[in-house]
Design a binder for this molecule. Sequence first.
Ligand code: 5AD
Ligand code: SF4
Length: 439
Amino acid sequence: MNVYDTERMVDVMAPEGYEETDTPEGADLIVLNTCHIREKAAEKVYSDIGRIRKMKDAKKKAGEEMVLAVGGCVAQAEGAEIMKRAPIVDIVFGPQTYHNLPKMVNQSLDLKNHGEKSRILDTDLAVDEKFEQLSKKGVKKKATAFLTIQEGCDKFCTFCVVPYTRGAEYSRGVDDVIKDAIKLAEAGVVEVTLLGQNVNAFHGVSASGEEWGLPQLIRALAKIDGFERIRYTTSHPHDMTDELLDVHADVKECMPYLHLPVQAGSDKILKAMNRTHDSASYLKIIADLRKKRPDIALSGDFIVGFPGETDDDFEKTMELVRKVKYSQAYSFKYSPRPGTPAAAMENQVDEAISSARLTRLQALLKEQQTEFNNSMIGKTLCVLIEAPGKTNKTVFGRSPYMQAVQVTLGDASYKDLQGKIVDVLIKEGGPFNIQGVLA
Ligand code: 5AD
Ligand code: SF4
């Protein structure tokens, strides 16, 4: 979602004459779009600010201004602290106020020109106004795009900052979403990924006042000319309805891939996490889904070392992973986040124990990912070509199952294939990607 948000920031700054640059040195404006989900991500902000200080000083010496803005969830959660700890930061703005970025930047420059204290803090959480402003902007030409349909979360998992930084669950209006989707399709987008922290909790209202869920929305989007692939992320097991499972069975544009975080395999830990599902109900969703769409590829998120997690609890996570067999997954050491209930729990797990568990879990997940990738050898897959490859003899694309595919070009050129879905015969596998030739 931060990638999507950053693209929108570029859109809103374009009419002001700003364009993206590959190198921060000498830029007129630097925006750090930050993530607060784990401590490591949050700490990165301060080291980045340190690096930017030197660039800002150099620019000042040349008699020019560099505006430094910190946006995103660290800004939301620690705005006042950033202002205090990093005096060189000019603007601090939360994830729901970036449509105001041009105003904030101009105001900051104005104040600077008048020799005044030029610092601005805007961490309002009202989200509806943002989408209204953003929908008016144009769309860049490319084959894949993200489209935010939902933001925020009311689930309050005890480890998670999202409900505090992104705010309450909010679904965009159906007509706004469809309008944006048509714009994307008209600009040549072939694959759209619907985004939301709780995307399958989507419950947007249509112009006629009817409430739509995600299944209805996907069915409508699939009818838009040009869209050949639809994905959505991230989902919560609680909102994985039968209607949504049916979409995977009978909407051919809905790709056979689902990212469905479970976090842990022990019911005791799931309860302490306030996940509202247990391991059996999660496994039932997976079994039902596989009945409807046998080739579905599954991905998940895992946290090890949540407070109170014993060896036995951790083994239950390993057991669940062995049962599901993931095609890819993301796994993390529990990171206490300020203000969340789990951070105040007394039974925190020792760092060394968490590290050892994470190593074991990641080894198992890598094994499964390799096995999944290798199972594609000899098959012909539809691959959407997205970017140049590692060498000028290859191109990069994605399989329906979200695998990264390196395709040997042969007589074709990247230009011929860019944005197209082509048949690729898979020749080689491995843990990170698969490789093949045009079929
Ligand atoms: N510590 C570690 N991982 C976390 N996640 C969310 N909060 C934390 C935390 N405090 C992980 C979850 C979530 C993913 C986006 O990040 O697995 O699904
Ligand atoms: Fe965080 Fe996801 Fe839980 Fe919401 S459902 S609190 S975003 S982990």
